[in-house]
Design a protein around this ligand. Structure first.
Ligand code: MTE
Ligand code: MO
Length: 305
């Protein structure tokens, strides 16, 4: 499958390779001793990165966050999550499965080598970044549990720990944070279980120890600090759907043609650019239409927002 289609024809393979080596070196992957480096090296050069847009500075990706368990301000997660304890950590996969499984994060990281995927990331609030994630296709983990024929949707639940997560002491959202995908969306090869970013372990504010990335959907579909994945028959209600159903639908595919009730979704602000830089056009399915548009054939995406 072609993971990159952003004008890669405009650059020679050699240039791509050199930029890639330089990028990996800058990120400390080539020479570094990052925890995950052994796992990454095996596949790092087999994937062509996003080439049209600049990679967001690490500083912005790790200090401008949404993570309401640690506060609703953009700098709150970085400030308030540093002491959050993510070891040991287990994930349970249950519901409509032949084999209910519980695995530790260490087991998961050893079982499924992480690869690097440079993805565009678009928040429903109208800003975007480009981030080199480390992770593995979620379907590898899901298949271990052998979903039954009744499984139509996948429900994701984040950790509930109000002792450590101050935000959960207030009813801002229906805690614990819940999200959901249709089973074919969850099994899609672009859907990533994230273990790190920029060649490093995943920082707490970005959802350590394991978070989801679904690059063609608005950012909130990508749940952080996941503890349970459950196969279900009926469409699950996410925390955001419950908070405001007419603003946040189940699908939440990036769609410049369907406005949020309070703002347009046609353009986005690139995080890291100066404040006078023009907003850029938002792409249908965040630019991943070649890969995912067929999942929605025949569906009214205005109705199924
Ligand atoms: N558990 C949990 N997951 C979450 C959120 C949250 O508040 N809690 N916020 C979502 C939203 S709105 C966005 S935009 C992304 C932000 O991810 P980032 O901080 O790594 O960029 O996380 C998503 N996942
Ligand atoms: Mo978001």
């Amino acid at each position: 499958m072609k993971l990159n289609k952003f004008k890669s024809s405009e650059i020679t393979p050699e240039k791509v390779y050199k930029n890639r080596r330089k990028f990996l070196k800058d990120m400390g992957i080539v020479t570094g001793t990052a925890l995950l480096s052994q796992n990454i090296m095996s596949s790092a050069l087999s994937y062509t990165p996003e080439t049209e847009r600049k990679i967001t500075d690490y500083k912005y990706a790790t200090t401008y966050n949404n993570y309401y368990e640690f506060g609703t301000g953009k700098s709150d997660p970085h400030k308030n999550s540093q002491d959050f304890i993510t070891k040991p950590w287990e994930i349970t996969i249950d519901g409509e499965v032949e084999k209910k499984i519980t695995l530790s994060v260490d087991e998961i990281i050893n079982m499924f080598p992480s690869e690097e995927r440079v993805y565009r990331f678009r928040c429903v609030e109208g800003w975007s970044m480009v981030i080199p994630w480390l992770g593995f296709p979620l379907n590898k983990l899901l298949n271990k549990a052998q979903p039954t024929s009744k499984a139509k949707y996948v429900k994701f639940t984040s950790v509930f720990d109000p002792e450590q997560m101050k935000g959960q002491r207030f009813p801002v959202l229906d805690w614990p944070y819940k999200e959901g995908l249709r089973i074919d969306e969850a099994m899609h090869p672009l859907t990533l279980m994230v273990t790190g970013l920029y060649g490093k372990e995943l920082p707490n504010q970005n959802g350590a120890p394991l978070r989801l990335i679904v690059p063609w959907k608005y950012g909130f579909k990508s749940a952080k600090a996941i503890v349970n994945i459950s196969f279900v028959e009926k469409m699950p209600t996410s925390s955001w759907m419950k908070a405001s159903p007419h603003e946040y639908g189940f699908y939440s595919n990036v769609n410049p043609n369907v406005a949020h009730p309070r703002w347009s979704q046609a353009t986005e602000r690139v995080i890291g650019e100066n404040v006078f830089a023009p907003r850029i056009q938002t792409l249908m399915f965040n630019g991943y239409g070649d890969e995912v548009a067929s999942l929605y054939d025949g569906m009214d995406l205005r109705k199924n927002y």
